[in-house]
Structures are given as C-alpha cells and as structure tokens.
Design a protein around this ligand. Structure first.
Ligand SMILES: [Zn+2]
Length: 342
C-alpha cells in the first residue's frame, strides 16, 4: 500500500489497495452511511489542545468498533485525542460478503489491505484521526483462532518477539503520551491468540514506557496514569442469551448460562461504564464499514434489535493499573475513564 503510516497522524487512504471493483463498491456503500453523520455538530478540533489523550490497543480491524467503538466516538467528539493501535490486519478473518470470498487467506490472500480500507471508513465514522498499525502494516500477521496451524506461522503476531513488539508500542506511548490506555484482559477477552498477545504487549509497554532506564531510543519516558481492560458484563451476556432463545441463527444455541461462555466478567469485576449511547449511530456506521466481518443482517444486528440499540452504547471496563476516580450508580462504576485525573 502506498498510504503513509508515519507519525503523528496516520491515514489509510480508502481504495488504495489491491481491492477489486467489488470490494470498492462494498466500501463505497459503507461510506454512504456516513453522510448523515457529517451533518452532526462536531467539536472544533483546532480549538482544543487534546488535554485528554486515550490510546487503545486492539488485535484486528473491527475489534475496536465492536468492543470500544462508542467510547472512541464519545471521547473524540469531546475533543480528546483518541489513538487506535491495531496489531494485525486480520488477514485470517472469515469473509461474510458474497463475491469477496476470493480475498481469503487460502485464495488471493488479499483480505489484509481490504480490512485496512474497512478500518479507515470505520475511523471516519468514529471521527478518530490517529490510527496506527503496530510496527507498520504487515509487520505482524493475524494468527488465526487458537489451535490452528496459522498460530505457528513465522511472522504471525502470536510468534512475535515480545520485546520487539513491546518497544514498538513504547514508541507510540511516548509519542502520544496518553493518560488512559485500553486493551484486553489476560485471556484476550475470549482466548484469541492475537488478543492475548495484545494484552501482553500493552501491559509490558505501559510498564516500560514510564521507565527511563528502558528503551531510551524510543523517546522520553511517559507514565500512563490508568490502564483498563475492556469487559463484557455477564449480566449483559445473560440478557443476550435469553433474548436470542428460540430465534433463527441463535449463536447461543444450547447455551443456558453466561458462565458457559468463554468471555464475560461479573458486575463486581467491572469498575467503569462509559455511557456513549449518544454516539451509537457512529458505532453502528463503523460496524457497517467492517462489512466482510460483521453482517448487517446477522447476529449482532439481530441482537441489538432484541436488546435495544441503547445497550450497545454502554461499554464497560476494569481498571487494571492506576487510581480510580469517583464512581456512581448502584455499582459505584466510574462514568468517565479520565475520572480522578488532574
Ligand atoms: Zn480480534
């Protein structure tokens, strides 16, 4: 790809890839959804000095939107600098768009550049302008689901040298100087090797970034004030299981309890809830941008109809490092990831 990934702001030019005409038309369709969003009153970014800086580390394009998209849109709209670091281009993903199956790893192996384009459209929807690929595009490849032979491929993120990957992220942390960093929990949310690796790299990089004796070539030390793990409440999953029961294409078929799923944490483990329901339109537009991965007719959208779209604008986190600020509500959850920071 000819797009520049240089600092400080990376843009991925949509269409600048090996994508076919079909792939381009799918992207154009996703972008068309953005037009009404353009009308929304925005914050004058020029007038703000980005006093608040939020950095998110995700494994594949689409993870940022599904798990944290509303949060990203909310803080970007409020004038915070939101930086997304994606560790791989998701080359091993399945393809849900008929006609684009040829992009798959086993055929043309051209899914990565296409997903970079999808991600660029999603970032337009969320109004996030600073997006980077860890180590540059193609540096580490999608490892595929846990247990697959792709886990052993040289160059995949699961096989990454942890020290090298950590230093790449240290460079970004010291450049952006975020007060708040978000990644996955130690199990990567649900056990995907790239998510687990993203967790390991982020925890190590946050630690190293603040240590003046480590990686001096990677910039001035920066102490991250708060590190969060993204979280899905089991109570939400339980509601989803019940809402989807006896419906067609029930992804929870045979599952009675949220305790039987590989993801989810108790309400007690959660420490923050970001209410970004006002930015749900941006999150949903970003989901549509990830068309090869998320079907508008599929499970997620069926679920959001059943549960109410509002539920998808509430995103949850567990504070893993740093001091929490004032909480509220029945659980005492922080309403703001920057709570307690000067
Ligand atoms: Zn992922």
């Amino acid at each position: 790809m000819a797009a520049s990934y240089g600092r400080p702001v990376t843009t991925i030019e949509p269409g600048d890839s090996t994508a076919s005409d079909d792939a381009q038309s799918v992207l154009d369709e996703a972008r068309a959804v953005l037009d009404p969003l353009e009308q929304r009153a925005g914050v004058d970014m020029e007038a703000l000095d980005h006093a608040r800086r939020l950095l998110l580390v995700h494994a594949h394009p689409d993870d940022e939107t599904i798990g944290t998209g509303a949060t990203m849109a909310k803080y970007a709209a409020e004038g915070a600098l939101v930086t997304l670091v994606t560790c791989t281009l998701g080359e091993e993903g399945e393809i849900l768009v008929p006609g684009l199956e040829h992009l798959a790893a086993g055929r043309d192996d051209a899914l990565g550049p296409h997903r970079a384009d999808e991600l660029a459209v999603a970032m337009e929807a969320l109004r996030v302008t600073d997006h980077r690929i860890l180590g540059g595009p193609g540096r580490w490849r999608d490892s595929g689901m846990m247990g697959l032979p792709t886990n052993d491929a040289p160059g995949c993120f699961w096989q990454a040298d942890l020290d090298q990957a950590t230093n790449e992220l240290v460079k970004i942390i010291r450049d952006v100087r975020p007060q708040v960093v978000i990644t996955y929990d130690p199990n990567g949310g649900y056990g995907h090797p790239d998510h687990i690796q993203a967790h390991r790299v982020t925890v190590a990089a946050v630690e190293r970034a603040g240590d003046p004796t480590r990686a001096p070539e990677a910039g001035e030390p920066w102490e991250v004030a708060k590190l969060y793990w993204s979280a899905i409440p089991k109570s939400f999953l339980q509601a989803a299981i019940e809402a989807m029961r006896d419906t067609p294409n029930n992804i929870f078929e045979g599952v009675e309890s949220a305790d039987d799923l590989p993801m989810g944490v108790t309400d007690e483990q959660i420490t923050a809830q970001v209410d970004a329901t006002g930015h749900l339109d941006a999150k949903l537009a970003a989901m549509r941008a990830h068309a090869t991965q998320i079907s508008v007719d599929g499970f997620f959208f069926a679920l959001s109809n059943k549960l109410g779209f509002q539920a998808f604008g509430l995103e949850h986190y567990t504070l893993a490092r740093g001091e929490g600020g004032a909480g509220e509500g029945p659980h005492g959850w922080e309403p703001d990831l920057f709570a307690g920071l000067a």
